[in-house]
Design a protein around this ligand. Structure first.
Ligand code: TXA
Ligand code: MG
Length: 327
């Protein structure tokens, strides 16, 4: 990757952002999944700023982003051949792999865990930023803790109006966060579903088990309510259609069948394409959060392939509202 791959303006922004990272600051940057809030993974004070900005509990570990497979040895001591097979197939791209960390990775990054989640993003701006910063970058999604992830620079500004630096790389092309897997002796577990599906990974190594939701372990990506929108949020069902006032509500539409019933509609896809639905999901939530509706309703999608990741996000987004809904 060199300067030729970017226009001057973006290249200068990357260079400025890399300088901030090297100086111990925090910047927001685009990745193919969602925008990240990044700091030098080897600088505990810099990483602490991320937790403060996000109001993120210290028990929720960060993913470390690298820009080549050769950087793996900076953050882990893994010699497991399966890691390299996965890296060859899925990196750069939206797959995070949790492996044993090495001693250089500060405890604050991994919330004291012995493992670290590693991702090599395919977004050219992210890769160039890591390269120029000359260090792996620890980065969560660039939203306040518990809120919906940002898929554009505007979404990031909504959460962090005073942030020093945001590189604007346009809309994220994947739109939901990376798939997270953990290797174990038998195979792999899925800690978070994404557009890299179980079936694709199974072609490389055997699937071992769905990781159990456990609120005590340090993996809040698995917490039941993790993506709370600022408004009431429901998955469309007969019961919900009866209970709420549709003329006050916004619909995140998948089939188009219910569009005419609602006050506002944001379509995820014209042809029930799950990949497109994933790309547009978070921006649809952001749009309706900012609109004049009081309630957001999302149509369910078929729970297969990428649909599993979409339904996972929708269920987490509804969790608080469902608890408050009268029986
Ligand atoms: O697509 C993505 O993964 C985005 C972009 C910016 O790369 N990042 C992202 O980070 O979604 P974050 O922090 O919002 O979600 C990462 C999840 C957290 O829920 C965290 O608990 C889990 O990854 N995680 C990180 N390290 C872990 C580890 N060592 N073991 C288990 N879970 C881990
Ligand atoms: Mg997040």
């Amino acid at each position: 990757m060199n300067q030729k791959n970017f226009n001057d303006q973006i290249f200068n922004q990357i260079t400025a952002a890399a300088k901030i990272i090297r100086a111990g600051g925090v910047v927001a940057f685009p990745t193919e999944t969602v925008y990240g809030l990044g700091a030098d993974a080897f600088n505990p004070n810099a990483v602490e700023k991320i937790f403060e900005l996000k109001q993120r509990p210290s028990f929720d570990p960060l993913i470390v982003h690298i820009c080549s497979t050769t950087q793996l040895n900076l953050v882990c001591e893994e010699t497991d051949e399966r890691l390299f097979l996965l890296a060859e197939k899925f990196w750069p791209g939206p797959l995070t792999i949790v492996v044993n960390k090495n001693k250089n990775v500060p405890d604050i990054v991994t919330s004291g865990l012995k493992t670290v989640g590693i991702r090599y993003p395919s977004h050219p701006i992210a890769a160039e930023l890591i390269k120029q910063a000359n260090t792996p970058i620890a980065a969560p999604s660039a939203n306040k803790f518990g809120r919906v992830s940002p898929t554009s620079a505007d979404h990031v500004r909504k959460y962090f109006p005073k942030l020093d630096y945001i590189i604007d790389g346009g809309k994220s092309s994947v739109g939901i966060e990376s798939t997270i897997i953990k290797l174990n002796p038998e195979g792999f577990e899925i800690l978070r579903h994404g557009i890299v599906t179980r079936e694709e990974i199974e072609k490389i190594i055997p699937y071992s088990a769905e990781a159990k939701v456990n609120l005590n372990i340090a993996a809040p990506g698995m917490m039941k309510s993790h993506y709370s929108p600022a408004k009431q949020f429901y998955i469309l069902s007969d019961k919900i259609l009866k209970k709420i006032n549709l003329k006050e509500s916004g619909l995140i539409s998948f089939t188009g069948l219910y569009d005419s019933d609602f006050k506002r509609v944001v379509k995820l896809t014209e042809n029930k394409n799950l990949r497109k639905a994933a790309v547009n999901l978070f921006s649809a939530i952001h749009t309706l959060e900012e609109s004049d509706v009081n309630i957001i309703v999302a149509e369910p999608v078929p729970e297969e392939g990428i649909g599993i990741a979409i339904m996972d996000r929708l269920r987490k987004a509804t969790y608080n509202s469902m608890r408050n809904l009268e029986p």
